[in-house]
Design a protein around this ligand. Structure first.
Ligand SMILES: [Zn+2]
Length: 460
């Protein structure tokens, strides 16, 4: 039995069903799970470990719902800086084809470090090409050193150029290889229990890189083992045209035709959807990973997040791959989600009341990054600070330059001001970041190794 007492948070944001924000709040934690969430005076006064967070705001850890860790090696590639999605992919596929298991390990630690320092406690990743002997195992093993929860998506591509797909044949695999490896990974790593640190997801990459047969077979396999399904969908106009030409369906109808709807499915992006398609998401309980920076970076469009939320669809935030962002700062991504929703409302000519009550708020954006992400990933044990849930929390020192003059509402200051990062990040009651320092690896040395590997990868 191990107990942890968190006390004297200036404000503790629970994100519970009542959205309690507790002044002088605290947590009492036993063996990685929360037992009590109360004002400090009402909590036990001792524990094995005590952390006094006077002057800090405490929140549930943020949840990232879409990423490609390996892309941290190909940020800011000059030829892909000003490209739309298809041109960006065609430029980068040959570089990615040179990756080795070592590249997967290095980039995993880089992305997870950035995520941890920006408030993430649960990260979903989508690895969809496995060149030169790379495996999803390389990512899962490298992730342990950082200490975040990982939803590792076994991605795949099976529709190469010779079959009418977008990727070169050199980076696609046979359906049989993909399905056998998917089953092996589920059996080896997937843990569905409360407090799980690793879950496996099956994630054929996108309609333009995967055959319909692989989509169908992946869904059958995922449902046999009770794991989730994930893919890119309705990201760009080009994808919509591809689906209509190749399959005779718009992207969402294509998903329905291959049995890819249900509460075990979440889609990244979902920018180009109409109102009937939003209703399909709602009726079938599909989730959305909203990636505002990537959608702006690639000029893909603006996802109709407020319409999804009004329809009752679960929406989480994703930083997307680091070659189309080009960062992994999850709190900053939540800020972009808020700003983009406001811009979208303005572009549509929304007339706001004088109270601004209809405007997309800071608290709504934080909700997407916490409760929303948990719902999208199918987790009921994370996303809020409540008795019985995992002790995943983050804390920011409010007496920083970032928030100076903005402490009339510390919760709003987190997103309306430009936050640099967390001071504390705990996952399952264990410290990942303490006093602003990442504990799992020597970051200066790691950045040197990462830059060396990125430079060599570019040289070919
Ligand atoms: Zn993506």
């Amino acid at each position: 039995m191990n107990t942890l007492l968190i006390k004297h948070a200036q404000i503790l944001v629970t994100m519970d069903d009542h959205r309690r924000e507790i002044p002088d709040g605290g947590l009492f934690i036993r063996d990685g799970f929360i037992e009590q969430v109360e004002p400090t005076a009402q909590l036990p006064q001792t524990a094995d470990e005590v952390l006094d967070l006077t002057g800090h705001i405490v929140l549930p850890g943020l949840i990232n719902t879409h990423h490609h860790f390996y892309q941290t090696l190909t940020r800011v590639v000059p030829a892909a800086q000003n490209a739309n999605l298809f041109n960006w992919l065609v430029t980068l596929y040959p570089i990615w084809a040179r990756m080795t298991p070592e590249h997967i390990r290095i980039s995993t630690q880089t992305a997870l470090s950035e995520l941890a320092l920006s408030g993430c406690t649960t990260a979903s990743d989508h690895l969809y090409l496995f060149p030169n002997g790379s495996k999803l195992d390389d990512e899962i093993e490298a992730a342990w050193s950082i200490g975040l929860r990982l939803h590792a998506s076994r991605g795949s591509m099976s529709l190469g150029q010779s079959k009418g797909g977008l990727p070169p044949d050199s980076v696609v695999d046979s359906e049989k290889t993909i399905l056998l490896d998917s089953e092996r990974l589920i059996k080896t790593y997937h843990d569905p229990a409360p407090g799980s640190m690793v879950q496996i997801v099956l994630a054929p990459c996108s309609p333009f890189s995967v055959t319909g047969d692989l989509m169908r077979e992946s869904a059958v396999l995922a449902r046999r083992y009770g794991v989730q399904l994930h893919t890119h969908l309705a990201e760009t106009q080009d994808e919509e045209e591809f689906c209509l030409a190749k399959f005779g369906y718009r992207p969402v109808a294509y998903m329905q035709s291959v049995d890819w709807v249900g509460d075990d499915v979440w889609f990244a992006h979902s920018v180009h959807v109409n109102s009937e398609e939003i209703q399909v998401y709602a009726r079938e309980h599909c989730g959305v990973a909203h990636c505002p920076n990537s959608n702006m970076r690639l000029a893909s469009g603006i996802a109709p997040i407020e319409e999804f939320l009004k329809a009752g669809v679960s929406v989480g935030i994703g930083v997307d791959g680091s070659a189309s962002n080009d960062g992994s700062h999850l709190l900053a991504e939540a800020r972009q989600a808020m700003l983009l929703a406001r811009l979208n409302a303005g572009l549509k000519g929304a007339s706001l009341s004088s109270t601004g009550s209809e405007i997309f708020s800071v608290r709504q954006a934080l909700e997407l990054a916490t409760r929303g992400g948990a719902a999208v990933l199918g987790r009921t044990d994370i996303g809020s600070l409540e008795a019985g849930k995992c002790a995943d929390f983050i804390a920011f020192n409010l007496n920083r330059l970032d928030y100076a003059g903005g402490l009339h509402d510390p919760v709003a200051a987190l997103l309306l001001c430009q936050s640099r990062g967390v001071d504390y990040n705990y996952v399952h009651g264990r410290p990942v970041v303490r006093d602003g320092v990442l504990l799992g690896i020597d970051l200066d040395e790691h950045v040197r190794i990462h830059n060396e590997a990125a430079a060599k990868l570019m040289e070919g």
